[in-house]
Design a protein around this ligand. Sequence first.
Ligand SMILES: [Cu+2]
Length: 117
Amino acid sequence: MNRRLFTALLIGSAASGAARLLAAETGREVSVAASRFEFTPDTVKAKVGEPLTFVLTSLDRIHGFKMPEFGIRADIVPDKETRVTITPTRPGTFAFFCDVFCGDGHEDMAGTLVVEG
Ligand SMILES: [Cu+2]
């Protein structure tokens, strides 16, 4: 093998290794939009051991995002992306909901994370 080809192969494999590493760290992303009085989508799927990042936006006002089982809460502020990453450790169905009072339908503003093994 000539030296130039060998160097090109080395650089190529290093770059794809870095890309794989980056994907493993950040995981899959799912965009969820909050608005009075719902999350869209309101059902999100995840897998045990695989990181999942919620990319949260608000279409109207400040809402909250709370997932008690994962010890997570965040404000969702208009014109801003709020990113929250979880790595589920067991299968199951887990609730997320708005915890910033946003009006008459606030109590119903919730969604479900379905974690498969
Ligand atoms: Cu609310």
